[in-house]
Design a protein around this ligand. Structure first.
Ligand code: G4P
Length: 533
């Protein structure tokens, strides 16, 4: 197969949702239909015992949640699918956001009874900023939910994205019989689910004007469907693929992941419409995936994934050319040549050593401690750097110190490595020395992970004190003078710290405090991330 053909068949995406909307269940059903697993229920049951794909951290087992993002690859209908898992629990981390930097599209799951929820909004925002296509799967149609028209309205009113329903439920709420496919102009009616969703569900299709259809679904359901379809055609969005590609129109599907209702149709339509690997911006202009010269970037670093071998993996997303085992590449950030030995890939449930991979694929590399998030790897004959990753403003802060001061060295090393991995953002309080650090994260769970990893990987027990701050602002005076605790009026209304590059940052409790600082320091400029400085 040529490079162009390999690229054309790849679909790399993440599933985003609020916890419990059905991400795990849908992922599993996609694997079921993709033939990668034979009986659904295997991933789910391990959620409570041991998570199959990301059982790397003890903490996951203890809490029954997936802390680390994992990658799954399988083939379906001539496509090679890479699903990047994003942790979906309440306390997510920057990892979740970063994973979205490595995908070409996203599938957003909503619970039909709940509609758009808090975490859906946050994740959606990141996808929106990247302008990637977003596909919506409205789940749990097997039980009572909001009415379909209200759900599509909600996408527009709450998220501000226009929705184009690709299919429409047939029947009455809580007892839907099937879905109407608007493109194919046909109805798919599902047989009774006799395996509790463990196996593919049988269905029959009828053309929209097939007289048998009325017989099967009843005149009332038929009439209600016609009314809805008329409304969609007359008052709904117009199909426009270019708007889908630009992330402005979301193709919306109704279904139930648990009962395999509408799942196959969703998968097939998604694969038809979702984009193959996209070009990326670099210091040398746009890099096309078809460029014969290899390039990739690191989007995630994970230490100690396998407790048996204390390894550290850097996950790269391939952007152009062909990846080959043992190839030599140029690492932009250190300006060094690196040999990529023992690359790992994630096929369905196992890690395997791989020999080759193509744009859109994710490869795990053993990392001797040189890689950072966002780093670029390129062919030695074409050196450049991809655009920097955006940093996401931390919202939770804690003071961390080693319980045993004799372990200060390991403590500093651990903190430094975890900062490099991007698990935490590190701040120094002016004048506080190296006894303790102020650490910022996107979600509170990261503190537990931090505490756990410092103990298990570096042998350091730490004392964590949560700080009451929720907002960080990078500071600059517009006349070029230095912002210091002494020159900033009201610095004691928050905590004055320095980031790793010694930039001044003020942590405050809320926007109100920020307003006071702003009003009382006319020369001050404030930024939510250091990149804006
Ligand atoms: P998440 O990864 O997004 O957090 O959601 P997950 O798939 O774990 O699903 C959360 C709960 O919702 C699970 O129930 C799951 O069975 C259920 N669920 C998922 N899809 C559907 C669906 O289409 N219809 C219905 N009715 N329920 C669905 P649970 O009680 O937490 O777990 P379990 O006892 O079913 O394993």
């Amino acid at each position: 197969m040529t490079l162009t053909e390999e690229i054309a068949k790849r679909r790399t995406f993440a599933i985003i949702s609020h916890p419990d909307a059905g991400k795990t269940t849908l992922t599993e059903k996609l694997l079921l239909y993709g033939g990668a697993i034979h009986l659904a229920g295997s991933i789910k049951s391990r959620k409570t015992q041991r998570h199959a794909v990301s059982d790397w951290m003890e903490i996951e087992k203890q809490r029954g949640i997936s802390v680390t993002s994992s990658v799954l690859q399988f083939d379906y209908a001539g496509c090679r699918i890479n699903i990047l898992d994003t942790p979906g629990h309440q306390d997510f981390s920057e990892d979740t956001y970063r994973t979205l930097m490595a995908v070409d599209s996203a599938v957003m799951i909503l619970d039909a009874a709940k509609g758009v929820e808090a975490q859906t909004k946050k994740l959606f925002k990141v996808c929106r900023e990247r302008r990637i296509p977003i596909f919506t799967f409205i789940n749990k149609l097997d039980r009572y939910g909001k009415i379909p028209l209200d759900l599509t309205d909600e996408l527009e009113n709450v998220l501000g994205i226009r929705a184009y329903p690709m299919n429409w439920p047939v029947g009455v709420d809580g007892k839907y019989l099937g879905v109407f496919d608007r493109r194919k102009n046909q109805v798919e009616l599902f047989a009774e689910d006799t395996t509790h969703g463990q196996k593919e569900r049988a269905s029959e299709t009828f053309a929209a004007d097939d007289p048998q259809l009325v017989e099967r679904i009843g005149q009332d359901n038929f009439d209600a469907l016609q009314d809805d379809l008329l409304l969609l055609d007359e008052a709904g969005e117009v199909w426009d693929k270019s708007k889908v590609d630009a992330g402005e129109l979301t193709p919306t599907f109704f279904g139930s992941a648990m009962t395999n209702f509408g799942v196959q149709n969703f998968l097939e339509e998604y694969l038809r419409l979702a984009p193959p690997p996209a070009p990326r911006l670099s210091s040398d202009g746009i890099i096309e995936p078809e460029d014969e010269k290899f390039s990739a970037f690191v989007f995630k670093i994970q230490a100690n994934m396998n407790p048996a071998h204390r390894d550290r993996l850097a996950f790269i997303r391939i952007c152009s050319g062909k990846f080959e085992r043992n190839m030599n590449v140029w690492h932009a950030q250190t300006d060094k040549l690196i040999k990529l030995a023992q690359p790992q890939q994630f096929l369905a449930q196992d890690r395997q050593i791989i020999d080759e991979a193509f744009p859109g694929d994710i490869v795990g590399l053993f990392d001797p401690g040189i890689f950072g998030i966002g780093d670029t790897l390129t062919d030695t004959a074409h050196k450049f750097k991809f655009e920097d990753f955006p940093t996401f403003p931390p919202e939770k802060f804690a003071r961390v110190q080693a319980k045993d001061t004799m372990k200060r060295k390991q403590f500093a090393k651990g903190i430094d490595q975890l900062t490099q991995e991007g698990a935490i953002q590190l701040f120094n309080q002016v004048g506080a020395g190296t006894e303790s650090y102020v650490v910022g994260t996107v979600g509170t769970l990261q503190f537990e992970v931090l505490q756990y990893r410092l103990k298990s990987e570096y042998g350091v027990d730490v004392l964590l004190t949560m700080l009451p701050f929720e907002v960080a602002r990078w500071l600059k005076f517009n006349d070029g003078t230095k912002v210091t605790p002494a020159s900033l009026r009201g610095a004691d209304r928050g905590l004055f710290v320095l980031d790793r590059d010694e930039n001044p940052v003020l942590l405050v409790e809320n926007e109100w405090a920020l307003g006071w600082i702003r009003d009382n320091n006319p020369k001050l400029e404030m930024f939510a991330t250091p990149a804006e400085l």
